[in-house]
Design a protein around this ligand. Structure first.
Ligand SMILES: O=C(O)C(=O)C[C@]1(C(=O)O)C=C[C@@H](O)C=C1
Length: 180
């Protein structure tokens, strides 16, 4: 039988299953970073929605998509979903922390640092969109792999209802976003 230590180290390195596993892991990481974004803003004057930053993210996506040979409009659409999903997580956590102040974060992470993390995830997500583009153009294999990756990623990362809902929003166009 495995000891608790080996179980937790297995979980720590566990990866979502299948050909969309890495993409799904990166999408989940971005949602988990959104918890940090929420913690950086909660109890401050900074609103969840920052249209100027959103435009910066999407401009960066468009430029990098062209550079790696992805259809820029499809890449931008995928990242609009990632931003929507981030706002779902942030609003859900704000509501939770407002109703249950004892669960609110006690330290406030630096948003500039967190955005650097998000920028690195943008690059990694675009690379993964590129390396899955042929699979994503095939509707049935894509759908099968997406279900597998989402189910395994949800279980391995023990996502709660809020993050599951965000994951669905974040991945709903994965099997269409390879269109040129
Ligand atoms: O950078 C932020 O302030 C975030 O909240 C993250 C993020 C994103 O997902 O990239 C989400 C919502 C904001 O409108 C801008 C950007």
């Amino acid at each position: 039988a495995e000891t608790p230590a080996s179980v937790s180290s297995t979980v720590g390195t566990a990866r979502a299953i299948g050909r969309l596993g890495t993409l799904t892991d990166l999408v989940i990481q971005r949602l988990q970073v959104s918890d940090e974004v929420a913690a950086s803003k909660f109890g401050t004057d900074s609103p969840i929605e920052d249209p100027v930053r959103e435009q910066q993210v999407l401009d960066q996506v468009r430029a990098q998509a062209i550079a790696v040979g992805l259809a820029p409009d499809a890449a931008v659409a995928f990242f609009r979903d990632q931003i929507t999903a981030s706002k779902i997580v942030q609003s859900g956590l704000f509501a939770l922390w407002t109703a249950n102040p004892e669960q609110a974060p006690t330290t406030r992470p630096d948003l500039t640092r967190i955005r650097e993390q998000l920028d690195r995830l943008t690059t990694n997500l675009l690379a993964e969109l590129k390396s899955t583009q042929h699979l994503r153009a095939e509707p049935i294999p894509c759908a099968v792999n997406l279900v597998l990756a989402n189910a395994s990623g949800t279980a391995l990362q023990r996502l709660d209802d809020l993050h599951r809902q965000a994951l669905r929003t974040a991945t709903h166009s994965v099997c269409r976003s390879s269109r040129t």
